[in-house]
Design a protein around this ligand. Structure first.
Ligand SMILES: Cc1cc2nc3c(=O)[nH]c(=O)nc-3n(C[C@H](O)[C@H](O)[C@H](O)COP(=O)(O)OP(=O)(O)OC[C@H]3O[C@@H](n4cnc5c(N)ncnc54)[C@H](O)[C@@H]3O)c2cc1C
Length: 417
C-alpha cells in the first residue's frame, strides 16, 4: 500500500467468498482489515456448495462466460475480465487446491470439497493480519454514521472504519447466514433495491398423488427441457413438491419471470432429444403385437416408466395411438409449473442492490466509503460456477475500488483516516 491509505482501516461485513476475497486483497495491500459475520464461522454457504462437488468456475471462452450474467453482463464484465476464471483456478492452486475441468466444462477442485480450500484460505488471511469477528450481526449505522453491530450477548458495538465492504450475500438458504435483512437497512438510506427472489430454484408442480408417490426422487436423465424458445440439455429430478435439478435451474430465471407475469409456466420435456421426429414416427409405426403400450415404448425407444407416466400426467391414462401425435408428445411433454420453490431452498437469489447505485469502484454513490460485492448486488447467473466467479470477481473489484478511493481521498484531504 502506498502512503495514500496509511492509517486507514477497512471493515468487511460478510465472511463469504466475496467478503473474504476483498479482505485478502486489502490485507495483502497492507490495510488493517477486520471481517465481521453474524455466524460462528465463515463461508457456510461455500461449504454447502462443496457438498455437491464445489463448482468453482467454468472453462468456456470468456465471451460466452460473460453472457451467462444476462442483463448484468456489461456491469460485471470489467470485474470478471480483471479476475477471470483462470485467475480463480490459479488462486485455488495457490492454496493447495488444484482444479480440473469436468466433462461439462465446469471447474472443480480435485478434492471436490470446500473445506480444505476454506481452511487454507482462513490461515492465509490470519497470517496477513486479518482480524475475524464472529457472531457479530451488522444492524446498520448509528446516528453518528458509525457501523453498528450486535454481539452474541446482545451488546451493541460501533466501529468507524475508513471504508466498508458490504458482502452480506443474497437470501437463499438463510440458515447459512445470508438472510437478506440488509435490504431494509440500505433501503432506509435511499438505496434502490430489487426484491430478492429465488434463482436456480426448483418449481412447484401439482402432481397426482399416484405419480408423486411412485416417482419422487427419480431423475429425468439426458432430457431436453424447453420453454419460450429456450432449450437446455441435462438432467432434472422429480420431487414431492415438483421438479428441480441442473437443467431446470438453467431455465429458472425465465420460468420464474413467466410465472410472475402469467401465473404459470409450461416446461416441455423432450425424452428423445437425439432422435428426429421422423425417426420416432417410423419406430412408433412398427407393429406393437400383444405388448402393452408401456412395454412397446420401452423397447422401441428405451423410455423409462417415469417418462411414460409423465406423459400420462399430461394427457390422461391413454396415450395417443397415432405415431405422429405420440412422437410429438414424447418430444414435448408439458409440465405446468405453478410457482418457484421457496427462496429458502434456492441455490441463489436474484435481485439486490440496483447496479445503478454503484460507481465503477463498486462504491455506493449515496454512501461514500461504503462498497458492495457478491450476491447482494442485483445480478443472477445459472449454476456452472458463474455464481462463485461473480462473487470473487466483485469482491476483488471492491477491494481495488477501496484502494483507489482511499488514495483519492487522501490526496484531497491529507488527514483523512
Ligand atoms: C446448496 C448450494 C450450492 C451451491 N453451489 C454452488 C456451486 O457449486 N458453484 C457456484 O458458483 N455457486 C454455488 N452456490 C452459490 C454460492 O455459494 C453463492 O453465490 C456465494 O456463496 C455468494 O457469495 P457471497 O460472498 O456473495 O455471499 P455468502 O456466501 O452468502 O456470504 C455472505 C455472508 O454474510 C453474512 N451476513 C449476512 N448478513 C449479515 C449481517 N447482518 N451481519 C453480519 N454478517 C452477515 C453471512 O453469514 C454470510 O457468511 C451454491 C449455493 C447453495 C445454497
Amino acid at each position: 500500500m502506498g502512503d495514500a491509505a496509511e492509517n486507514s482501516t477497512v471493515v468487511v461485513i460478510g465472511g463469504g467468498p466475496a467478503g473474504l476475497f476483498a479482505a485478502e486483497l486489502l490485507s495483502r495491500a497492507g490495510m488493517p482489515v477486520t471481517v465481521y459475520d453474524r455466524m460462528p464461522t465463515f463461508g457456510r454457504k461455500l461449504q454447502m456448495a462443496g457438498r455437491g462437488g464445489l463448482n468453482l468456475t467454468h472453462s468456456e471462452p470468456l465471451d460466452a462466460f460473460l453472457k451467462r450474467y444476462g442483463t448484468a453482463c456489461a456491469f460485471l464484465a470489467p470485474a470478471i475480465e480483471a479476475f477471470p476464471p483462470a485467475a480463480l483456478r490459479d488462486w485455488a492452486a495457490g492454496l493447495g487446491q488444484e482444479t480440473f475441468v469436468g466433462s461439462s466444462g465446469r471447474v472443480f477442485p480435485k478434492a471436490m470439497k470446500a473445506a480444505p480450500l476454506l481452511r487454507a484460505w482462513l490461515t492465509r488471511l490470519r497470517e496477513q493480519g486479518c482480524v475475524f469477528r464472529f457472531r457479530m450481526e451488522w444492524q446498520g449505522w448509528d446516528g453518528d454514521g458509525n457501523l453498528l453491530f450486535r454481539g452474541p450477548d446482545g451488546v451493541q458495538e460501533t466501529v468507524s472504519p475508513s471504508a466498508t465492504v458490504l458482502a452480506l450475500g443474497g437470501a437463499s438458504w438463510p440458515r447459512l447466514g445470508s438472510t437478506g435483512a440488509w435490504t431494509g437497512i440500505l433501503a432506509d438510506r435511499g438505496v434502490a433495491i430489487a426484491p430478492l427472489r429465488p434463482a436456480n430454484a426448483g418449481f412447484l408442480v401439482d402432481w397426482s398423488d399416484v405419480f408423486r408417490e411412485r416417482f419422487q426422487g427419480q431423475p429425468l436423465k439426458n432430457v431436453a427441457l424447453s420453454c419460450g424458445g429456450q432449450s437446455v440439455r441435462g438432467d432434472a429430478m422429480v420431487t414431492a413438491y415438483g421438479i428441480e435439478g441442473g437443467a431446470v435451474y438453467a431455465l429458472s430465471a425465465m420460468l420464474r419471470d413467466r410465472i410472475e407475469s402469467d401465473g404459470k409456466a409450461v416446461l416441455h420435456v423432450d425424452f428423445c432429444p437425439d432422435r428426429t421426429a421422423d425417426d420416432l414416427v417410423r419406430r412408433l409405426g412398427r407393429p406393437r403385437g400383444k405388448r402393452s403400450q408401456s412395454d412397446f415404448l420401452r423397447r422401441a425407444l428405451g423410455l423409462p416408466p417415469i417418462a411414460i407416466n409423465l406423459m400420462r400426467e399430461a394427457v390422461g391414462p391413454s396415450l395417443p395411438r397415432d405415431p405422429a401425435v405420440l412422437a410429438a408428445l414424447i418430444q414435448a411433454v408439458p409440465i405446468e409449473l405453478t410457482a418457484p420453490n421457496s427462496i429458502e431452498r434456492a441455490i441463489s437469489s436474484a435481485g439486490g442492490i440496483d447496479l445503478a447505485e454503484l460507481d465503477g469502484n463498486l462504491m455506493l454513490k449515496r454512501l461514500p466509503g461504503v462498497f458492495a460485492a457478491g450476491e447482494m448486488l442485483d445480478w443472477e447467473a445459472p449454476t456452472g460456477g458463474y455464481l462463485l466467479q461473480g462473487a470473487y470477481a466483485s469482491g476483488a473489484a471492491a477491494a481495488r475500488g477501496i484502494l483507489a478511493w482511499l488514495k483519492h481521498v487522501r490526496a484531497q484531504v491529507p488527514n483523512h483516516p
